[in-house]
Write a protein that binds this ligand. Structure first.
Ligand code: KIV
Ligand code: ZN
Length: 385
């Protein structure tokens, strides 16, 4: 039987920490609805202790959104945990996500705590969280710059105190796929407990968040923390759509299933982009404007003969609509003839040559030649439409 990787979406928590982004409760609810439609297993709705607005949004999502387990973030202190528990009161399924930093730099410079104090805090606060919910995730912030044996100690302690998921974030996007694979493999063996789910949470500071997340999955993690469009602190989090579509397209490599309805991906991406005001770059994998557009003549010819020559995924699979052959200065005769036929314009081979020359000239001036342009060229070259 194939394992299932649980998709933990943090668009509304870590994603909303993107500089310049501030979503209203209504906007968060709209995104949460779409995330539920998408089929995420865990929906991290926010950090209730951070502000009254965050508290309200988490409470409203907990009350209204059905399907995913609603998750609230809390630092390793009683106040945060109690506030998270209050915000989650009306959820059908609730998880408290408790975290504390475990790297020397974070413990010394930020927390000003000794490693012993951090361990004591983990033990106490995971127990407090378990008084409110059965589902507690514990995260070792900055795990990839922590000492491995300290992570083992922290992880074991959290499990004994009742944590059901252990997360080892690459908080500053520092690790590499091989290093992360080795780290997770070691932790998995050292903390071996079949009741515990191991999780990855990767940031994109070196552009490796997706690759590192996939490495964590290869090493045995069965939860992956991601955000729509890869938004999040600094360079962002691993992108949900890239991780999910890699697992889908390369089943042969990862051998895991997921619960995402991939046809809802494009809609989720558009909604998050509109509401956060963060545009999606045109060449972004899976959801960028150009992700399923083909311009060069060679590629268009291949596509018209067999889509799988240049498409490893179909746009329909992610809810994108249809593949587009873009007419521009690189386009060839095959795509041009097809488009003309679709417009009801039947050209002879020499007319195609003339029109193609005009398309190339116009293509120097504009990037996407539309149907009106084509009809105007036809009118001038052939004489009637
Ligand atoms: O990046 C990180 O370490 C986090 C934790 C709070 C899980 O976002
Ligand atoms: Zn993070």
């Amino acid at each position: 039987m194939t394992d299932t990787v649980r998709i933990f979406d943090t668009t509304l928590r870590d994603g909303e920490q993107s500089p310049g982004v501030a979503l209203s409760t209504q906007e968060k609810l709209a995104i949460a609805e779409q995330l539920a439609r998408l089929g995420v297993d865990y929906l991290e709705a926010g950090f209730p202790q951070a502000s009254p607005g965050d508290f309200e949004a988490v409470s409203r999502i907990a009350e209204n959104i059905k399907g995913p387990t609603i998750t609230a973030l809390a630092r390793c202190n009683r106040q945060d945990i109690e506030q998270a528990a209050r915000a989650l009161e009306k959820a059908d399924k609730a998880r408290i996500h408790v975290f504390i930093a475990t790297s020397p730099i974070h413990m010394q410079a930020k927390l000003r705590m000794t490693p012993e104090q951090v361990l004591e805090r983990i033990d106490q606060m995971v127990r407090v969280a378990r008084m409110y919910v059965d589902d507690v995730e514990f995260s070792c912030e900055d795990a990839t710059r922590s000492q491995v044996e300290f992570l083992v100690q922290a992880g074991r302690l959290a499990v004994d105190a009742g944590a059901t998921t252990l997360n080892f974030p690459d908080t500053v996007g520092y690790t590499t796929p091989r290093e992360y694979f080795q780290l997770i493999t070691h932790l998995r063996k050292a903390i071996a407990d079949p009741r515990i789910t191991l999780s990855v949470h990767c940031h994109d500071d070196l552009g490796l968040a997706v690759a590192n997340s996939l490495s964590g999955i290869e090493a045995g993690c069965r939860q992956v923390e991601v955000a729509i469009n890869g938004i999040g602190e600094r360079a962002g989090n691993a992108s949900l759509e890239e991780v999910v579509m890699t697992l889908t397209a390369r089943q042969d490599q990862y051998h895991v299933q997921h619960h995402i309805k991939t046809q809802e991906i494009y809609r989720a991406s558009q909604l998050v982009s509109q509401l956060t005001g963060m545009p999606v770059q045109p060449n972004k994998a899976i959801v960028g404007k150009n992700a399923f557009r083909h311009e060069s003549g060679i590629h268009q010819d291949g596509m018209l003969k067999d889509r799988s020559t240049y498409e490893i995924l179909t746009p329909e699979a992610v809810g994108w609509g249809m593949t587009k052959l873009v007419l521009g200065k690189h386009s060839g005769r095959h795509a041009l003839r097809q488009r003309l036929e679709e417009l009801g314009l039947h050209a002879t081979p020499s007319q195609i040559d003339q029109i193609q020359q005009r398309v190339k000239t116009l293509g120097e001036l504009k990037s996407d030649i539309n149907d009106q342009d084509l009809e105007a060229i036809w009118q001038e070259e052939v004489g009637q439409v």
